[in-house]
Design a protein around this ligand. Sequence first.
Ligand SMILES: [Zn+2]
Length: 343
Amino acid sequence: MPVRTDKGMDLSALAPWISRQVETLLAQRGHAWLLQGPSGLGQLELADALVRTWLCDAPTPQGACGQCVSCHAIDVHTHADLAVLMPETVMIERGWPLSEKAQADIDDKKRKPSREIRVESMRGVIEFAQRTSGRGRGKAVLVYPAERMNQVTANALLKTLEEPPGDVRFVLASDAAHLLLPTIRSRCLTHVMVWPEHAEAMAWLTGNGLSEQDAQTMLHAAGGRPAAALAATTAAASNAKSWKLLPKAMVKGDVGALADVPLPEAIARLQKLCHDVIAMQVGASPRFFAAADLPTRPLAISALTRWWGQLVQSARSADHPLNAGLAAESLVSSAREALNSKN
Ligand SMILES: [Zn+2]
């Protein structure tokens, strides 16, 4: 399945229902838009397309050209006249550079990346708004997800929205606009995200590599929101892949294979693995893994039953381990030992 990157989001890659909304919004005047609706309808894609067009050297009523210096600068996240205001976790996930200071603090482990839009970032944006535009096509501020501003940050933005310093335009994208300050909402033109037609959502999902049947199922499960359906499919595929690779990872003692898995879940997975390995050794069929993914060479049954015992014991204290990291390491090392035993 093709993995979507955030770079190079040219117009041809936009879903048709997003393109239609770009056209509708461009036909209206407005220096501050609030795009709202449930997640998975493409708020960020629409916001991105809008700021691109505002800054583009050769815009059309359909959107940005995708070819000019400005469009390329946005592709590589270095446009001097575009400020994005996102939580640091979202910036990192989407490959946007953090401020030097923020990056240094995180590198030095002084603090973790913030899940909120920090007031320091907002201050940076206020300074940005007061500067003269570098390329002479005005400036743009993209805020996403706008509901992740706290009270202080939101108030700072409000001031700028109330007295915009000249040539700066704003687009706020939100999955939960009801959480925004009413004063912020009232300062923006609101656009409620349009839902795609069923057929176009299906076409978009199959175009992104899903089979007709998977697209149908996932779209239904996501309540008709195509981006949410695609995200769930990608997550499921990556889970399926890591499940398939778990036995080999444990033979190698690869702790990374269980990173980010909560301890009780890690133990449950290892119990399933241990069960199946023992089954294979005694000539029974595995229940949780494909036989082809499991070790087939003879192992010491005594080592496997000892491993099983350790897992049962770990399961008893899984909810309150003294140190989850150490616990995970010791689980993986027991697994490796059992899986490398010799009969
Ligand atoms: Zn352009």
